[in-house]
Ligand binder design. Structure first.
Ligand SMILES: [Zn+2]
Ligand SMILES: [Zn+2]
Length: 356
């Protein structure tokens, strides 16, 4: 079968690999229908991530159709549309049962699709068939009425955004939210839309990227560039999606006493944080990978209400065959779809649906 391989920054190409088959009764085989670039993919394609060197099977955000299930799979059947979490999780170990599915103890280390050996060699989703090892635990049914073109990031970047604001807004309803945006381009925007939809008092979005500021404004945020953000005031909930030390410092310094700051930015080098200020204010700082499987149902429930349309963040939709060309210079959020899904929609799909 065909699999898109990442070779080097800006260069991917189709390759022929052996198709997976079921080897255990709890497994499933799924066919990717729509795929999105994760913010990490964009960084890799732009040559910013030394850890991930090609060639490797590419792609880890996908809505799929179930093709075949093992004898013990109870929750899914062939033909079902499903969200395929990017992280491998068993659903049965103590970490999984506590909702810490990103650190499943049954699989080793960083087990995920689409980043090569560093992720355990589980293959990528820009292909014909993907093996899902713990199908009942991992797969989440895509609710009827949610467009698979709108939500391939429900696998990873959407739950990543969800965890930065949803639990904190439950603890402090109608709190004001600050998003320090940048490197994790789509996660900052998704966090903006989710916070607004969940009733944040206000959402302030700081980014030096003009197009993303426009999207954030459509999602309901007050937008600023970093030069205008010197005196923002203090916020009970802050998010660092900048992946830049100065963006992290901005978020931490703008976190009010007893506030919570969540960083989704990946810092490969030791990075200074203002611990003395943080100590005096008593803030909670959280960094780490998302536990995607546990957060996906909350994301889907919110999207199903219509209060937040993730397609607002989509930069472009392209057909499956055009993936290598589109990935040579990826925008903030690229969606790659089987042609039949694009044909199902009007030609307007190339321009993502806008929120009112
Ligand atoms: Zn990712
Ligand atoms: Zn587990």
């Amino acid at each position: 079968m065909r699999q898109l391989m990442y070779l080097e920054p800006g260069r991917c190409e189709w390759s022929t690999v052996e198709a997976p088959t079921l080897t255990e009764p709890g497994q499933a085989l799924v066919r990717p229908l729509t795929v999105a670039t994760c913010d990490l993919d964009v960084a890799v394609l732009r040559s910013k991530v030394p850890l991930f060197t090609g060639p490797f099977a590419f792609g880890h955000e996908s809505i799929c159709e179930v093709v075949e299930v093992g004898d013990q799979v109870r929750t899914m059947a062939p033909g079902d549309r499903v969200v395929l979490p990017f992280q491998i999780s068993c659903g049965a170990c103590s970490a999984c049962t506590q909702g810490r599915t990103g650190n499943c103890q049954t699989v080793s280390g960083i087990s995920m699709y689409g980043i090569g050996k560093f992720g355990g060699g589980w293959g990528g989703v820009l292909t014909e068939l993907v093996l899902v090892p713990y199908a009942d635990a991992m797969l989440v049914a895509l609710p009827a009425g949610i467009d698979p073109l709108a939500v391939p990031s429900a696998v990873d970047n959407l739950p990543d955004a969800w965890r930065t604001v949803a639990p904190a807004l439950t603890a402090r309803p109608a709190a004001d939210v600050l998003i320090s945006a940048g490197g994790a381009g789509s996660v900052g925007l998704y966090a903006t839309g989710i916070a607004a939809a969940l009733g944040a008092g206000s959402v302030t979005y700081v980014d030096n990227h003009a197009e993303r500021r426009e999207v954030a404004a459509r999602l309901g945020a007050t937008v600023l560039d970093s030069a205008s953000a010197s005196d923002l005031g203090q916020f009970p909930i802050t998010v660092d999606a900048s992946a830049r030390p100065e963006g992290l410092a901005l978020a931490l310094r703008a976190t009010e006493p007893d506030g919570v700051c969540t960083s989704v930015g990946i810092y490969y080098q030791p990075t200074e944080v203002p611990l003395f200020e943080m100590y005096l204010k008593g803030i909670t700082f959280h960094t780490g990978r998302v536990h995607a499987r546990a957060a996906i149902p909350g994301v889907l429930d919110l999207v199903a209400t219509g209060a937040f349309n993730p397609a607002t963040v989509t930069s472009a939709v392209v057909s499956w065959e055009d993936a290598p060309t589109a990935l040579a210079d990826p925008p903030t959020k690229l969606v790659i779809a089987r042609p039949e899904l694009i044909d199902d929609r009007s030609a307007a799909v190339a321009l993502p649906a806008r929120q009112p």
